[in-house]
Structure formats: structure tokens, C-alpha cells
Design a protein around this ligand. Structure first.
Ligand SMILES: [Zn+2]
Length: 319
């Protein structure tokens, strides 16, 4: 409670007569504080929890290849529709559980995949790159939970449809403190920096298994079973959306049970490129160490420094 409010309350209590003992005054003060606190809390809960939804494309059900994920390919318009439908299902579930503010971050490719006029009206939409926090732009401490839709396994995962880490043609591996991270893990740690937990994840069987192992008791939806890098088996999109809606609803209802995912500082980032040239170029930065032919490293206490470094890396090639 704010200082001036407390002062007013003390004055009110002191003015009440008869109050013979200070312990009685203290008792009344506690009762008043609890009452005012309750009213304030009730006021806030009316608004409902604020939910942030980061949406990638490779983990959307029935999407299997660049035919659906690349803007120049023949089935991209279908990919956009499938992606938008899964996001809408998540938004609907959040709303049914009483969510307030919902922000959706389109986070695949050029980040202009979700069809704006087909997106649920209840959500705000973040589009296009570059932007400061990449796939998590817009996240901050005012949010109560994060949902990942369309997420995919990290590069190198066996039997993993469209697996990659951040930038398939450039990056082989992103490690922090010796652990190779998927995009879901890295983005969850960014949300964890702001104290916000990941409450639901949708993707293939690898994404579901990793989420349960790493994030604990989060809600998950398996949108497909990966069969190979360019093949998967999925249920009908309508059934996937139904499951996403139900899981999002449960996730928002259980929001207080789920803890944020944090990586303990100091954070040593090791980034392995696919080509030796990128490691050579970035190692010219004075605070970057070259630890292998294709690997650079640096240390920081703040995960946002790593995020901003990656943003710079992507942004250089964007114009
Ligand atoms: Zn991705």
C-alpha cells in the first residue's frame, strides 16, 4: 500500500473514539488495511490476467515444409490461415478463462504472417522485424503469462519437422552456460527476466516433451508428430484448434501455479554459426571471444544483452 494511503488510514483510526489501547488501534488498522487491500485486489482481478502470445510457424499443425512457411512458395497463404486459426483458438481460450489484455507477437520469418483482419479482435498484434526483443518484443513485467504457439524443436534434434534455432541458414547452436537452447527455452528465459512464466506451449512431440521437462507443469498441445525433417502427421486443424483453446483456458486458470523459467547469472553465451565467416566477423567486436572456428562467446549478467546481440545479428541482413 502506498505511504500516503497508510497515513490517511492511521489518521482515520486515531480519530476513532474511544480507543484506549495502542494494540486496539493497531488491530483496527490491520482490519482496515485488509479491507482496502481486498477492494483494490478485487478491482484488479476484474481486468483479468494479461497474456503475451509469441507465434512461430514451423510448429503449426499440418505445416510440414517451406511450401507453407516461406512467403514465396505455393502454399504460403494456407500456412498463414492455419497459423492465424491456432492463434485465434489460444485467444478464445484465454478470454473464456477471463483474460484481460492479450498481445500477439508474429515471430516467424518477416513476422508478417498472421492475417490481421482474421485475427481475433480482442488481441493487439505486433508485426515485422527488426524489433528490440525479437520473438518476445513487447513482453514486460505487466504480463501474467506467456503462450507459445507454432514452436519447433532446436537445430539438431532427431526426427524433428523443420527444426532449427533462430536462423536456420546462419546459426547452428545457441548455448547459455553450456546448455543448448531451443527458441522456446531462450524466449522463456527472456520472459523469466520480467518474472513472467510460460503457461502453455504448442508444437510437435519434441516441443511438448522439452516444455514439460524444462518449464514444469505447463499446459501443452501436440499439434503434430514429426516423422522426419520434412514430414509430420497431424490431426485435422479443427481438432488441433479445439485442443489449443481448451489448453489456453486451463493455462490461464492455473496461471498462479506455474513458475517463471530463469537461467542463473552470470550468463555465458556461446553461439556456433554454420559458416566460419560469421564467427570471424563477430569476433572483431572487442568484448567477443572466439572459442572455435565457428563459435564465439561473451559473458553478461543480463539475458536482454544476449537478446539484443541476436537482434543486431539479424537486423544487419534485413535491409
Ligand atoms: Zn523459429
Amino acid at each position: 500500500m502506498k505511504k500516503n494511503r497508510r497515513k490517511v488510514l492511521i489518521r482515520v483510526v486515531k480519530s476513532m473514539v474511544p480507543l484506549r489501547s495502542s494494540s486496539r488501534r493497531f488491530f483496527l488498522l490491520v482490519v482496515l488495511c485488509l479491507a482496502v487491500g481486498g477492494i483494490l485486489l478485487a478491482g484488479n482481478s476484474k481486468k483479468g490476467p494479461s497474456i503475451y502470445i509469441s507465434v512461430d510457424m514451423e510448429g503449426i499443425g499440418t505445416i510440414v515444409s517451406s511450401a507453407q512457411t516461406s512467403s514465396s512458395q505455393w502454399e504460403y497463404s494456407r500456412g498463414r490461415k492455419l497459423m492465424t486459426a491456432e492463434v485465434n483458438a489460444a485467444i478464445q481460450g484465454c478470454l473464456e478463462a477471463g483474460a484481460g489484455k492479450i498481445v500477439v507477437a508474429d515471430s516467424h520469418g518477416n513476422a508478417q504472417n498472421i492475417i490481421p483482419e482474421e485475427l481475433h479482435e480482442a488481441a493487439l498484434l505486433i508485426r515485422s522485424f527488426p524489433r528490440p526483443l525479437l520473438q518476445m518484443e513487447g513482453i514486460n513485467e505487466t504480463f501474467d503469462g506467456v503462450i507459445f504457439i507454432g514452436y519447433h524443436p532446436k537445430e539438431g534434434t532427431p526426427q524433428a519437422n523443420l527444426s532449427h534455432t533462430l536462423w536456420g541458414s546462419k546459426i547452428f547452436e545457441l548455448k547459455i552456460n553450456g546448455i543448448a537452447l531451443s527458441e522456446a527455452m531462450f524466449n522463456a528465459a527472456v520472459a523469466g527476466h520480467f518474472g513472467v512464466p510460460v503457461i502453455m506451449v504448442a508444437g510437435d512431440q519434441n516441443v511438448v516433451a522439452e516444455s514439460r521437462k524444462v518449464f514444469g507443469n505447463v499446459e501443452t498441445v501436440q499439434t503434430k508428430t514429426s516423422l522426419g525433417w520434412l514430414s509430420a502427421m497431424s490431426p485435422h486443424p479443427k481438432l488441433i484448434c479445439q485442443k489449443i483453446k481448451e489448453a489456453a483456458k486451463r493455462a490461464v486458470e492455473r496461471i498462479r501455479e506455474i513458475k517463471p523459467y530463469r537461467i542463473k547469472a552470470p550468463l555465458r553465451m556461446e553461439l556456433t554459426f554454420k559458416h566460419i565467416y560469421d564467427a570471424e566477423a563477430f569476433a572483431y567486436l572487442p568484448w567477443v571471444e572466439r572459442v572455435g572456428g565457428k563459435t564465439i562467446a561473451f559473458e553478461t549478467n543480463n539475458i536482454l544483452d544476449i537478446n539484443h546481440f541476436l537482434t543486431a545479428l539479424f537486423s544487419i541482413n534485413k535491409r
